[in-house]
Ligand binder design. Structure first.
Ligand code: B12
Ligand code: SF4
Length: 458
């Protein structure tokens, strides 16, 4: 069967930069899974391919289309789906990805045929077998669809939701990186380039209440065996690897085996990971060894500077552990990409204090606005207070709750001043080495033109 795999264009602030670009790993996984079944998938990454959807549909003439996307791309996914169905209603459209996994009900108004609400891909082959049989006019068993876990489908105009199953990333295939190597020059995280993504786990063992990721895979953490992870990394012809685990620093024995195998196999790469401050604070020796084998950057949720705020997020980290984490990363020459949250209860003085606190330490920060993202534990608490229900704004850079001590406009001014002030302060960091700023400005213009074109021709 001819299958088209679509990654929609980036929405929001990330669309204006090429300094942080990742391969479409989810589509590479789908590509691999479909190829294993003898199908002919085609990747259509709308971040880079400017040809319109209609032209692509005419070229590929797909019988099945899969669309991925994050929460900010929800409306776009639905629009793409509409256009595909306008073109040919017999094309079967499957929507999936992180947002569909949890917020699948948001897509009930779409014209999609199936919503795939799992972390893994095992059930996708079952669904494809069903579609193949349906398309070839073969007689189908009465329970053919109801027996596929983790999908939603329509029956007599109503959506039926099949129960989820808990999965393990051990079941994922090793992704075919043909697309990656063809486009390798694009993929980077600032000075780390070319950069590959590696997926090693589902969900997280902790339960910070603002976090969406921890609720994936039905809230159950699972990771691959360390040997398969190291083998995949060793097979990659790139100098840098971003491990996508929401928290890679979970288990000391696992990490020791990771270090041993990386050394044994003579792998020399730089690693970018997510990790928690408490783990780093209590494992100084281990972090030193990880730095020796190439750990170069840790994205660490420092979130706040005071105990009350950290406790209110159910973070189970103390301000002292945050401080210790910053020290250990600095002493081991690892970039501390600290993630912070500004809350709507902050005063102007609080913004100033936060600026000073971050600026005085060795941190390359990203500051987000406190966002009750749909799918996180705190969403229901704040749902009725949201200033907008537009999910495109759930990008952590918009203020969705009314500020308590200033106007919304003033709050956003303080937020931008804080973020831009910190970016300016760190402008000479080696993380930004080799960035071509005039090129980056031209890129913004180019993005604006593409956005304008796509308003009229999708
Ligand atoms: C790397 C990353 C990025 C990269 C982009 C990566 C890329 N390839 O495009 C950058 C830094 C640019 C980025 C930006 C953003 N990101 Co981000 N990002 C991630 C991260 C760390 C890994 C994503 C990834 O590539 N995983 C690897 C792939 C293989 O895994 P996967 O996407 O889970 O796919 C699996 C299944 O879902 C399934 N699947 C996926 N698609 C489909 C489609 C079909 C049809 C089917 C059947 C199955 C299927 O197949 C895979 C097999 O396991 C995740 C957190 C995480 N650990 O997952 C957040 C995450 C995806 N990002 C998130 C968010 C919110 C954003 C932003 C909106 C905001 C922000 N401030 O970061 C922007 C939006 C950019 C945009 N696209 O418009 C959220 C999404 C929440 C949601 N409800 O959708 C996540 C989950 C983190 C979080 N904060 O909760 N991000
Ligand atoms: S914020 Fe990080 S540590 Fe907390 S639950 Fe989410 S992924 Fe886990």
């Amino acid at each position: 069967m001819r299958i088209l795999l679509i990654k929609p264009e980036t929405v929001g602030v990330f669309s204006y930069t090429y300094l942080v670009e990742h391969e479409p790993l989810e589509l590479e996984y789908l590509y691999t899974a479909f190829r294993a079944q003898g199908e002919q998938p085609v990747i259509y990454d709308r971040r880079y391919e400017l040809c319109s959807l209609k032209v692509k549909l005419k070229q590929v003439r797909p019988e099945v289309v899969c669309i991925t996307g994050y929460i900010t791309q929800q409306k776009l996914m639905i629009r793409l789906c509409d256009e595909i169905k306008e073109w040919d209603p017999s094309v079967r459209v499957i929507l999936g990805g992180s947002n569909v996994e949890i917020n699948f009900r948001n897509y009930y108004d779409s014209r999609a045929d199936y919503l795939y609400h799992l972390s893994g891909l095992k059930m996708l082959s079952k669904l494809l077998r069903y579609i193949r049989a349906e398309k070839s006019g073969r007689k189908l068993k009465a329970d053919a669809l109801s027996s596929i876990p983790g999908i939603c489908y329509r029956k007599d105009g109503e959506w039926i939701v099949n129960p989820k199953i808990v999965e393990s990333p051990e079941e994922l295939p090793i992704p075919d990186r043909t697309y990656f190597y063809r486009n390798i020059r694009r993929f980077r995280y600032l000075c780390f380039r070319p950069l590959a993504l590696v997926k090693n786990s589902y969900s997280c063992r902790k339960a910070c209440n603002f976090c969406f990721c921890t609720n994936r895979n039905s809230g159950r953490y699972a990771c691959r065996n360390v040997e398969s992870l190291v083998n995949e990394i060793a097979s990659l012809d790139v100098p840098a690897v971003h491990i996508t685990d929401d928290d890679f620093l979970i288990d000391e024995a696992y990490l020791r085996e990771f270090i041993r195998l990386i050394r044994e196999k003579g792998v020399h790469k730089k690693y970018l990971i997510y990790g928690r401050a408490d783990f780093i604070a209590h494992h100084e020796e281990l972090i030193k060894e990880l730095a020796e084998i190439g750990l170069a950057l840790v994205m660490v949720g420092l979130e706040a500077t005071d105990k009350a705020s950290l406790d209110s997020y159910n973070k189970h980290v103390t301000p002292e552990e945050n401080e210790e984490c910053i020290r250990i990363l600095h002493e081991n020459h690892i970039f501390c990409a600290g993630l912070f949250i500004v809350e709507q209860s902050m005063t102007k003085a609080d913004f100033k204090r936060l600026y000073r606190w971050i600026a005085e330490r060795d941190i390359i920060p990203t500051v987000s606005v406190f966002t009750p993202m749909q799918g996180s534990a705190i969403y229901t608490k704040y749902e009725d207070e949201l200033l907008t229900k537009d999910v495109t704004k759930q990008d952590l850079f918009h203020c969705l709750l009314a500020p308590e001590h200033m106007s919304l406009r003033r709050f956003m001014f303080e937020y931008y001043r804080l973020s831009l002030g910190l970016a300016w302060k760190n402008r000479n960091s080696s993380l930004y080495e080799g960035n071509n700023y005039p090129g980056a400005m031209l890129y913004i213009l180019w993005v604006l033109l593409v956005k304008l074109k796509r308003r009229f021709i999708l």
